[in-house]
Ligand binder design. Structure first.
Ligand code: GLY
Length: 340
């Protein structure tokens, strides 16, 4: 159980699990603040956000691009924002990724902070310093590592989210649990068939535990040259699935990707049937459709295109047991063989 303000220690950003209204004024002090948010969040928190200068962008992955960044640069210039201005990204992963990118590049860098409003953002995207935008169909092709001064994770803000979006965030919670927190896995497993999104202490605990897994990995490998790749469990297939169909969101694609890699690891004798079945059952109980109808050849074609773009081997995260995964570098053909 957490106190009203719980802080997650790390060397990059101050991360607070707290009511944003209680903590924000002290964090921004008397600095000039420009809020960057999307139209959905602005509609919900209009009264609060209107107290600050603000720039409202359109949400959606299709708007996470250089045009949106350019629009923000131009508005910041028109406002006369300078290096002493604090940019405050208020929103989910798209808003925070774009805000971080703009903050890191406008006038060669401003300070910035986040109030993360989606579960996916709270357990993953808002922490770890990855900022960037998509180019054409390729996700996060242009970006940088830059850490916000602070991140506020206020689970009460999740109440405005539709259940499908909350579930998408749960995919990243399950991912963190499989990578490094068996107790978290068991906590979610016990509640998976119930409605738990309104249980504040439970949500605070799963957000804190998921982030703790991420933070300890990022502290040892900020630039993703080794261990940080573990955070891509389910993502090699997940990204390919997202390219094959717009019918699934990122969390759903990652859930399907995790189920597929677990089935493959079980079939090859790398992961025990017991652990593989528990993971797949948990994803099913949370409401993910892990049996999809997209053909394996279409998914693998996208994996191949992705690999070609980065011109390197695939770094595939293989689950070995609950709480223990391994990054295996392999050629595309070896990856294909995992699914034969
Ligand atoms: N979302 C994976 C990472 O931050 O590395």
């Amino acid at each position: 159980m957490f106190m009203s303000c719980h802080q997650i220690e790390n060397r990059f950003s101050k991360i607070y699990l707290s009511s944003h209204a209680d903590i924000l004024p002290g964090l921004v002090g008397d600095r000039r603040v420009v809020v960057i948010t999307d139209s959905n969040i602005f509609d919900i928190y209009r009264d609060e956000l209107s107290r600050y200068e603000h720039i409202v962008i359109e949400g959606g992955e299709e708007n996470k691009n250089l045009e949106t960044a350019q629009l923000i640069y131009c508005e910041l210039m028109a406002m006369g924002a300078d290096r002493s201005t604090l940019l405050l990204g208020v929103g989910g992963g798209i808003v925070t990724d774009v805000t971080g990118f703009v903050a890191a590049t406008y006038m060669r860098g401003l300070k910035f902070g986040f109030i993360s409003t989606s579960l996916l953002g709270q357990v993953d995207a808002s922490v770890g310093g990855k900022c960037g935008v998509n180019v054409d169909d390729y996700k996060n092709m242009v970006g940088c590592f830059a850490h916000p001064e602070f991140v506020i994770l206020d689970v009460d803000m999740l109440k405005s989210l539709p259940e499908r979006e909350l579930r998408a965030g749960m995919a990243e919670v399950v991912k963190s649990a499989i990578i490094g927190d068996v107790e978290l896995f068991e906590m979610v497993e016990r509640r998976a068939t119930e409605s738990f999104y309104d249980d504040r202490p439970f949500m605070q605990e799963i957000v804190a535990r998921s982030l703790s897994v991420k933070v300890s990995i990022v502290e040892s490998d900020e630039r993703e040259s080794g261990m940080r790749r573990l955070l891509n469990l389910g993502h090699t297939l997940g990204h390919a699935i997202e390219k094959c169909t717009h019918a699934v969101n990122h969390g759903e694609a990652v859930a399907i990707g995790m189920a597929m890699i677990c089935r493959a690891a079980k079939q090859k004798g790398i992961l025990s049937s017991g652990d593989a079945n528990r993971i797949i059952e948990l994803l099913d109980n949370l409401g993910f459709a892990t049996d999809i109808t997209i053909s394996m050849s279409d998914i693998l074609r996208e994996v191949k295109l992705d690999k070609k773009k980065s011109d390197s081997v695939l770094n595939v995260v293989i689950p070995r047991s609950l709480g223990r995964c391994e990054v295996v570098s392999m050629e595309y053909n070896a990856f294909v063989q995992m699914f034969e």
